[in-house]
Write a protein that binds this ligand. Structure first.
Ligand SMILES: C[S@@+](CC[C@H](N)C(=O)[O-])C[C@H]1O[C@@H](n2cnc3c(N)ncnc32)[C@H](O)[C@@H]1O
Length: 263
């Protein structure tokens, strides 16, 4: 039985801390205090969150405009922010269908109010640990006989290897359910010593760091599009990245990202 989190402002929370790092406004004191501890250890962590979000933007633009994908399943979608998936996808194709999935009650409330604003955009209360249920719910809105892009940005690193909720098995269940020509997009933190130290101050969740060899098998059954699995800033940089401030220190972007296509 998969247990969903409940809203507790006194405990630091994955979605709200990430929102704080992105410069959003949906966070509580416990989140800000925890973020401050993390920033004291690794001042560039908010920059990595922004790098992740700009990567998401580039990937969705690529999928919608260049690859012609018209259906998106964004799992662990997070609190609404700038450049949400449906805004980018529907700019390219007005009828693009987007399903957002998250298990956080605050995310769901905000997403239903701010994201599900077009007839082709939907929000599902779903947990990645129960991928079968996500697929069942999503099939009410998406046509699984046609290509779908599954987006798993900054979520798989909350899943340790093995056990009942082994992330490799979960991802392969998702990939297996997709039609040829579908895509899988992933971002995932790397085990850089500074990141591991910063994670020591992060109590919202345990972090399962993975290097290139650990992230690559998630793409089994797909072929990586160029430039492959790389640090996020190396993945097809474009002019849109300038919507975010760029005056942070120049440190490596210790987050890997890639896009695979199911042949
Ligand atoms: C760091 S945020 C990333 C948000 C967005 N994907 C992005 O990259 O900008 C991670 C999100 O995953 C959600 N999440 C964590 N565990 C989850 C699970 N087991 N099932 C569904 N969502 C989950 C959190 O609630 C949060 O909104």
């Amino acid at each position: 039985m998969v247990r969903a989190p409940h809203f507790d402002p006194s405990r630091p929370n994955i979605a709200r801390i990430y929102d704080y790092f992105l410069g959003g406004k949906d966070h509580c004191r416990a989140d800000r205090e925890q973020a401050a501890k993390i920033i004291a250890i690794a001042p560039y962590v908010p920059r990595l969150a922004v790098a992740n979000r700009t990567f998401l933007g580039r990937v969705v633009r690529y999928l919608a405009k260049e690859a012609g994908v018209r259906q998106f399943l964004d799992i662990g979608s997070g609190l609404p922010t700038r450049q949400n998936v449906h805004e980018i996808a529907q700019e390219a194709n007005a009828d693009a269908r987007v399903v957002y999935v998250d298990n956080d009650p605050l995310v769901l409330v905000h997403a239903r109010a701010l994201l599900a604003t077009t007839p082709t955009t939907h929000v599902i209360d779903g947990d990645l640990r129960d991928s079968g249920r996500i697929l069942g719910e999503a099939s009410r809105f998406l046509d699984f006989s046609q290509p779908i892009a599954v987006l798993l940005f900054a979520i798989l690193h909350f899943f340790p290897d093995g056990g009942e909720h082994d992330p490799y098995r979960i991802v392969s269940t998702l990939t297996d359910s997709l039609a040829p020509g579908s895509y899988l997009a992933i971002s995932h933190v790397e085990p850089a010593p500074a990141m591991i130290e910063a994670a020591g101050a992060y109590t919202a969740a345990d972090v399962a760091f993975r290097d290139h060899h650990g992230v690559l098998p998630f793409f089994n059954g797909t072929t990586l599009v160029e430039p492959g699995l790389v640090r996020l800033n190396e993945w097809r940089p474009d002019d849109h990245d300038s919507i975010y401030p760029s005056d942070w220190p120049d440190v490596p972007v210790w987050v890997l990202g890639g896009v695979g296509r199911k042949p």
